[in-house]
Write a protein that binds this ligand. Structure first.
Ligand code: ATP
Ligand code: MG
Length: 202
């Protein structure tokens, strides 16, 4: 059997090799640019991850904009926390979930009016981080013109970061993005009859 000293020496050599690899990758990453991040998939954790990045950005004093394309029934914690924050411009589409409004014309009008805020943020180089929460549904339902949305994302200020959330992100959005995470639905408490929990779900 190996002595503890042998194991420790092997561990140290392995960590040295690992550090050399990580250091080389860090040294090779020299580009600074505005990123497009897409958080998609059926699992829980898309909007909460996006608002986590918003919290980080605000912590660093970055100027941010948020546009929420679907307003839930519950007043969410992220809105309560950020809507009056001096660094955050916060817009919420003033309708509920699409299956609740059941009025296509009204939803389309609301989506387009809300998109105007997003488009304005995407033209403003002073806004460093833009979060477009649940934007993908507006494209899936065809409420917004996909080509117009892609063009606005492409034409944004080069240093501006944009985070898009929502299920079924389109191929065009994924192709344009720098970072894409697909959150998998391995398990969800809701499927076992647990209702939405304050702080965790909203
Ligand atoms: P979160 O805001 O918690 O990160 P999300 O943005 O990934 O969730 P959405 O599709 O926007 O997910 O759903 C919003 C609400 O639906 C949240 O209350 C969330 O907990 C719940 N939810 C998310 N994924 C699932 C799922 N797979 N099954 C049931 N409910 C879900
Ligand atoms: Mg969400």
């Amino acid at each position: 059997m190996d002595s503890n000293a042998d194991r420790n020496a092997r561990h140290k050599r392995a960590m040295q090799r690992k550090k050399a690899l990580v250091d080389a990758r860090i040294a090779a990453a020299t580009v600074d640019k505005g990123l497009l991040l897409v958080l998609t998939g059926n699992g829980k954790g898309k909007s909460s991850s996006a608002f986590g990045m918003l919290a980080r950005s605000v912590g660093h004093g970055l100027r941010c904009g948020v546009v929420q394309f679907i307003k839930g029934q519950w007043e969410c914690g992220e809105h309560l926390l950020f809507h009056n924050h001096p660094l955050v411009e916060f817009h919420v589409m003033n309708t509920g979930f699409t299956w609740e409004t059941q009025d296509r014309e009204k939803d389309i009008a609301a989506a387009r009016a809300t998109w105007v805020h997003a488009a304005t943020l995407l033209r403003n180089p002073e806004v460093q981080v833009v979060l477009l929460d649940e934007l993908t549904y507006m494209l899936t339902y065809g409420y917004l013109d996909a080509a117009e949305v892609i063009a606005a994302l492409q034409g944004r200020p080069p240093q501006q970061h944009v985070i898009v959330t929502g299920r079924n992100a389109s191929d065009a959005l994924i192709a344009l993005a720098d970072t894409v995470s697909e959150v998998q639905d391995t398990k969800h408490a809701f499927n076992n009859g647990v209702r939405v929990q304050k702080g965790i779900d909203y």
